[in-house]
Ligand binder design. Sequence first.
Ligand code: PFF
Length: 452
Amino acid sequence: MPESRCLQGIWSSPWIFIFAAAGSAIGLGNIWKFPYMLGANGGGAFLLIYCLCLVVVGLPMLMAEVALGRTVRSNPVDTVNDLAERHVVPKYWVAVPYLAGVTGLLILTFYSVIAGWAFAYSRRAVTGALENLDKVQSEALFQDFLQAPVEMIFWHTLFMVMVVLVVGQAVTRGLSSVVKLLLPALIFLLLLLAGYALVVGASSEAISFLLRFDWDQVTFEVALSAIGHALFSLGVGLGAMFSYGAYMSKRMSIAKACTIVVGLDLLVSILSALIIFPLTFAFGIDVDSGPSLPFVTLPIIFDLLPAGQVIGLVFFALLALAALTSAIALMELFVSWLHERFYVGRLKASFIIGLVIWFCGIAIVLSFSHWDAKIAFGLNLFELVDNVTSLIMLPVAAIALSVLVAWVVPEPMLKNEMIAKNPSHFRWWYTTLKYVSIPAAVLITVAGWIGV
Ligand code: PFF
């Protein structure tokens, strides 16, 4: 398909694609979720399996999504529809982008709520509420916050309004310039905090926790959590990278761009772990304390730093911004589809989808306080949505999209894509995707489900 058929235009330089894709990848998954998953899954073993999943499964699958997006240059549903209409793939494959869409919507319902936490903590840094906190006070502050649904709904609403306005105004492509500033600032701040945490915290305990490889921890359930999180963190399986690939110039090497994105994503996750764990061990915070872990730990380090409240404010604001760029990438999927397919105005489309997500997000907020009933499998609504999306829906959608690219779409179609600068590297990627990434993902997912 010629570049001119792309409705939204083409990224003007390779780096813009990289910044935009990194903006989608780097978010709450790295700074909030990764550390507490490491804590809950035993540290080193999870870290190693996670890195393997990222490289062996996540990277080839990310490349597959970008390549297919660039081949057809449209949103995921229309991409597969287009291929079906041209009899390149059977019609039933259209179900896959719909599954991806529902998964993305469900993720956004809790993503927006947690992003609201980052806003709320920015405000707390301004008002001085994060000053002089010890472990017990920090935990109490967070518990009180969870019991305040009105405040949480306020920040969740603010976050959704921002997402709706940005996506509705079609300024999403200008986002890469925001990410261009945000990303170095975030990495700089994380480096600073990690350095400080390693100096003032229990660094040797933290490092040995992160490097300790305990075979008992290596189970298919842990591997499934790692794979689910790798896909979540890269934003693979939802079709978000489809759209970004759709805006990518044909002259650009997909392998190189995606490798940089995966590298940046991993860097931010590791830095976050290097901040959280030295403090967790130094202050006797339970590594297994779940979603509260980063929000309880971080205020303690800000308190130890000179001008810590200012740094705290900047940090939580950057975290909220990183969450915003990720949520925008997800939301863009639905809005561009409604806009291109049904000619709904962008703002209207964005508003409708934002309203649905906002409404469901309220139920998520309440699941932390007034409505923490265990709905199924001993999980409350937030835990259920989080687990079902990352352990079931995301792996299934990512595997299905990869099977579509590797086994159904004719090879010559993809061969025309510049997978790597060196054309012989196409074979590497294609063979890895077909015979390593997909089988590994299927094995881990199925074995993880049945609890082998
Ligand atoms: N990758 C984001 C994170 O780690 O926070 C979450 C996300 C963004 C998932 C965009 C999917 C996506 F399309």
